[in-house]
Design a protein around this ligand. Structure first.
Ligand SMILES: [Zn+2]
Length: 136
């Protein structure tokens, strides 16, 4: 089971390694800066993620997600975007309101809940911002 912080690190790593073709983050500092945390905190968390086999630190301290880590990160993005769709389409929240609420809801663990929500929404392909929802 991952903590909310661990999930946010995976999401950040997925984001930082999806821009362009970079498959690796250049070290702890880049990640710490992105997450607005101290490099020492980022380092501690990276050790935990490495122990759980979710990331690899390859040459020169570069960080990449393992396949498992990448899958976990995509699942969090999937939940986030399904919640945004629900908040926007069903509960009628504004475009600029949904992200912050989805940041909290994405950490709910129940897969059954997200699958039923997905079905309730008739399996949306994109979120309210037009971003693709990763498949289950
Ligand atoms: Zn969002």
């Amino acid at each position: 089971m991952l903590t909310q912080t661990e999930e946010n690190y995976l999401k950040a790593l997925l984001h930082l390694t999806s821009d362009g073709n970079e498959q690796e983050v250049t070290g702890t500092n880049q990640l710490a800066k992105y997450l607005n945390v101290r490099p020492a905190s980022a380092n501690d968390m990276l050790k935990k993620l490495k122990d759980k086999l979710l990331i690899e630190q390859v040459r020169y301290g570069k960080i990449s997600l393992t396949d498992v880590g990448r899958t976990r990160a995509l699942l969090i993005i999937r939940k986030h975007r399904i919640w945004e769709t629900f908040l926007h389409d069903i509960l009628k929240f504004e475009d600029d309101e949904v992200h912050e609420i989805a940041e909290q809801l994405e950490h709910i663990k129940s897969d059954k809940l997200i699958d039923r929500l997905d079905a309730f929404l008739n399996f949306p392909k994109v979120d309210p911002h037009g971003a693709e929802i990763p498949g289950s």
